[in-house]
Design a protein around this ligand. Structure first.
Ligand code: SF4
Ligand code: SF4
Ligand code: SF4
Length: 736
């Protein structure tokens, strides 16, 4: 076991008749009284500058709408423990993770060390009591030296990445150079001051400060006199504390501010009973009574959203993950957040290092400028697919999607300003109950010849599964085939199911994501009324957008249903033997995780389990899969928007699929299927890339007559199934 040197020497002392000096911190060594007073005055001024900056900031946040974020205190503290102290999200990236871990943990230890030194020197020593002595002092010295060294390494890594290698995702204004530079110099001068003290004093415990001792040997090797060393020491001491004062005073006016705001933002992040519920959009309460809707001014955001903007660490992880930015569309989630922050600071008259960023990537700030349309352009808002890749990546829990949709709400509901395609989609939803404007009478065309049972109002027996088909599978030619595959599998497995038929309508997701919350709430309430008038145990759907909206967003309107995705049910049916994939499909395949199924709802394994059960299928993962999956471009109303970038999102994703060498892309979302179906026509080699829903692949392997299980209502009808392949699906009619 390790025994500190002080203990060993103490035990030897009586035997060898030596007086061993007790280790103790020498406060203000070589510092005249006048310098001490100057230090206190300077630090007091720096603290005043900090407090002034923080008070101004509080004034900015409190202009926002109220919101209770003091509930769930134990969970909040747990989140701080895991994501602030544990740095769990930051550590997802190796270089940036190590760099920040070194900086963050060392900063904490050095801060603690400085606090202890202050207590020891200013509050204990004057009363003849000491804290930093004996073994505790030796531990203190060795810890501060090691973490101080790691701090320099972390800061050096940060400087190297930003100013030597360079990265398009990082910021390059003087505030970052200042932040890294001032911390580096504080630490460096701290080591030099320590080194000279050790070189002059040479206490026996100097090896407990290995870095200081090592540098001290260098000073001794110069042959400088003690007087010269003391003079250098005093100059460095002055420099060290001057830099410390600049650091403290600069916190509220430079990117150093994130040291305070980021942990607070994590503490105040949204907490719900289930993680999926934290990914829902918030309803506008008492929507009929409002005079304006959404966010058109900074004060329309909640205080938490304003804190979001001020917490950005400018790491650029959201930017790199954003499909819109990657395709050259006019949206960069990092810049959305920073433009809003800069506007907030400029309007509040708070000086800040980056209000007009030097790299030219930020909007020019004009206090009082129109928030939506000027600070944040309309096209920027329309380019978002609401895929949440940015939110997933953000180490400080910033909620980009909510703010973007809030500004869309302002555009659509308050200003009535939107692209023509959005306007048409919203009209179609209102008039026909589907985004394309097909006649509601055609809603069951997809099922022709399949004997699909319809659950009527007041049907006392009810069913186990209500199959919610969704608009895409009801009307779109390609997706109708998927709906047919789903019901054939249900029938073969003997699942007791039915559909709503013409009583089904769009779940409202496109209206909500496109910013028409009023229309969404009407549609949700109508659907809930219809659903509540039918008897069923669970809802099954093949559309992740329906899945998310009905399962997670309807509860806010009183609609509480157990909603499962078709891949989850199919995985169960396969594992329980009710469906038996037996025909080999000798293909290489890559599975695309739909955002609203994966990132929104953590359903990653079920589709893969179904695919893995199919004999002959070789599955290859794309570089971005599971939580890191790249959106197809269809979410958030993207299906009905024409915001052009340099490339198309769906084509980028298909090229990623091609890079795996797969022959077929497996999808589990009707919107993804539509986006990919059109994308394959535009990319080189796209004609050779197959596109199949997981259910279609399973049906191919199970075969039309295969499978086991019991027949239920709407169960396996061999006559109907035998006819399936020959029946053409009548093309649905577009009414507008
Ligand atoms: S939700 Fe997706 S598209 Fe929208 S800003 Fe975030 S990453 Fe970009
Ligand atoms: S919003 Fe989050 S992920 Fe994006 S740059 Fe800021 S801190 Fe990084
Ligand atoms: S269509 Fe699919 S990939 Fe695209 S946003 Fe929706 S779930 Fe995500």
């Amino acid at each position: 076991m390790f025994t500190p040197l002080w203990d060993r020497l103490s035990s030897l002392a009586p035997a060898i008749q030596l007086q061993v000096e007790e280790p103790i911190r020498e406060n203000f060594w070589n510092v005249p009284e006048a310098f001490k007073i100057a230090l206190y005055v300077t630090m007091a001024m720096a603290t005043l500058a900090l407090v002034y900056g923080l008070v101004r900031r509080m004034g900015l946040y409190t202009q926002g709408k109220s919101l209770n974020r003091l509930d769930h205190l134990p969970t909040r503290l747990g989140r701080v423990f895991v994501y602030v102290l544990g740095q769990l999200r930051i550590a997802r990236q190796s270089y940036g993770g190590f760099m920040h871990l070194f900086i963050f943990w060392s900063f904490l230890v050095l801060l603690l060390g400085t606090t202890l030194a202050t207590i020891d020197a200013d509050f204990m020593e004057p009363f003849g009591v000491r804290l930093l002595k004996s073994n505790f002092y030796l531990l203190y010295e060795v810890s501060l030296d090691i973490f101080g060294f790691l701090f320099l390494i972390g800061l050096g890594m940060g400087w190297y990445r930003r100013y030597v290698v360079g990265s398009v995702k990082l910021s390059y204004d003087w505030g970052w150079a200042f932040s890294l530079g001032v911390l580096f110099l504080i630490n460096l001068t701290g080591f030099l001051v320590e080194a000279i003290r050790l070189a002059v004093e040479q206490p026996w415990w100097q090896m407990y400060s290995p870095v200081g001792w090592f540098i001290g040997q260098g000073f001794l090797a110069t042959g400088l006199s003690e007087g010269a060393l003391r003079a250098i020491h005093l100059s460095l001491w002055v420099g060290h504390f001057a830099l410390a004062a600049i650091f403290i005073g600069g916190i509220a006016y430079t990117p150093l501010m994130h040291i305070l705001t980021s942990p607070l933002n994590i503490f105040f992040s949204r907490i719900e009973a289930e993680p999926e519920l934290e990914r829902t959009l918030q309803p506008i309460p008492r929507i009929e009574e409002q005079e304006t809707w959404g966010v058109g001014r900074l004060a329309d955001f909640t205080w938490k959203q304003l804190l979001d903007f001020d917490s950005c660490t400018e790491c650029g992880r959201c930017q790199v993950a954003c499909p819109a930015w990657n395709s050259g569309m006019p949206l960069n989630p990092k810049h959305v957040i920073l433009d809003l922050r800069n506007q907030m600071l400029a309007e509040g008259g708070v000086p800040y290092s980056q209000i007009d960023g030097f790299d030219g990537n930020y909007q020019h700030v004009t206090p009082g400028a129109e928030l939506v349309g000027s600070v944040i352009q309309d096209e920027t808002l329309w380019a978002c697919t609401t895929c949440r890749a940015c939110v997933y990546e953000c180490p400080v829990f910033i909620e980009h999607v909510d703010s973007i949709v809030d500004m869309r709400r302002h555009l659509v509901m308050t200003e009535g300003r939107m692209p023509d395609t959005v306007s048409l989609t919203l009209k179609n939803l209102e008039k026909y109950g589907n985004p394309w404007g097909y006649s509601p009478d055609d809603r069951m065309n997809w099922a022709e010849g399949l004997s699909v049972p319809v659950l009527e109002e007041g049907d006392a027996n009810g069913v186990e599964y209500l199959y919610w088909v969704g608009c895409a599978a009801s009307f779109d030619d390609r997706n109708q085939k998927i709906a047919r595959a789903v019901v054939q599998l249900l029938q073969q497995a003997g699942v007791n199911y039915a559909v709503l038929g013409q009583a089904e309508s769009c779940n409202g997701d496109p209206a909500r994501r496109l910013g028409n919350e009023y229309l969404y709430q009407m549609m949700a309430q109508n659907n809930i009324e219809v659903l509540n008038s039918r008897k069923f145990k669970k809802v099954i759907t093949a559309c992740p957008h329906c899945f998310h909206t009905m399962g997670n967003e309807y509860p806010a309107f009183g609609g509480n249903y157990e909603v499962i995705h078709h891949t989850e049910l199919l995985a169960d049916l396969v594992s329980s033997g009710r469906l038996k994939p037996k025909l080999a499909i000798n293909e290489t395949i890559t599975y695309h995780d739909p955002c609203y199924l994966g990132r929104y709802n953590d359903v990653f394994d079920a589709p893969r389990e179904v695919l893995a059960a199919i004999p002959g299928l070789e599955i290859r993962e794309m570089p971005r899969s599971r939580e890191k999956s790249m959106c197809c471009g269809g979410g958030g109303g993207g299906m009905w928007l024409e915001i052009h970038g340099e490339k198309r999102i769906n084509e980028l994703r298909l090229q990623e699929a091609q890079s795996t060498g797969a022959e077929t892309v497996a999808a589990a979302c009707p919107f993804c299927t539509i986006m990919f179906d059109s994308g394959t026509k535009n990319i080189p080699g796209g004609d050779n890339l197959g596109l199949q829903d997981v259910s279609e692949l399973l049906l191919r392997s199970v075969g039309n007559g295969g499978g086991g299980g019991q027949l239920g209502s709407g169960g396996h009808d061999p006559t109907v199934l035998g006819m399936e392949e020959g029946i053409p699906v009548p093309p649905a009619k577009k009414t507008e």
